[in-house]
Structure formats: structure tokens, C-alpha cells
Design a protein around this ligand. Sequence first.
Ligand code: SF4
Ligand code: SF4
Length: 88
Amino acid sequence: MFLKGAKGLLKKKETLKGDKMTVPKWAEGRVDYTKSKCIKCHLCVKHCPAVAIKVVKDKFIKVDHEMCIRCSVCTEVCPTKALVMKSE
Ligand code: SF4
Ligand code: SF4
């Protein structure tokens, strides 16, 4: 019984070995900010789960790309499409 279970585990490992690691589509891009479209509503700041968007001079925003986890939440909540995901 125990041996059967152990064999199953080994089989699964082999399967995983053959799988290719692929980067999901959503994680390929980078958040792009168009300041001229921004109405300073700060919805993006409130909703960013990684606290990667800061309010800067004149109440515009700045995305910290080191902190960004590329979840796209900001692009969804931005009412003017000032934030969009762009492929790198
Ligand atoms: S993509 Fe996600 S983590 Fe990156 S700035 Fe937008 S909300 Fe924040
Ligand atoms: S959600 Fe869009 S319009 Fe509002 S502050 Fe962020 S970038 Fe500007």
C-alpha cells in the first residue's frame, strides 16, 4: 500500500519534469502611465495591493516598477485609461 503511494509520487515528479515553465500573459507587461490622461482621483493608489503607486508632486502619481507585481488592478480601476499594461 505504502509502496503504491510512493510510486505515484515519483510518477508525478516525472510529469512535472517535462512541463515547461511559461510566464502568464498578464505578467509580461509593465504598467504605463500617461500623465496627461490622469485626473488625480487616486483610485489606483487606493487599490494597488503592492503599494507600488505613490502620490507625487501636484498630486499626480508615480509607479514604482520594482514594487509592482503586475496584477493589472490599477489599469482596471483607472477611469481614464491613464494606466495601461504594455508589453516590454
Ligand atoms: S499592476 Fe498591480 S501592483 Fe502594479 S502598480 Fe498596478 S495595481 Fe499596483
Ligand atoms: S486611477 Fe488613473 S486617473 Fe486616477 S490617479 Fe490613478 S492614474 Fe490618475
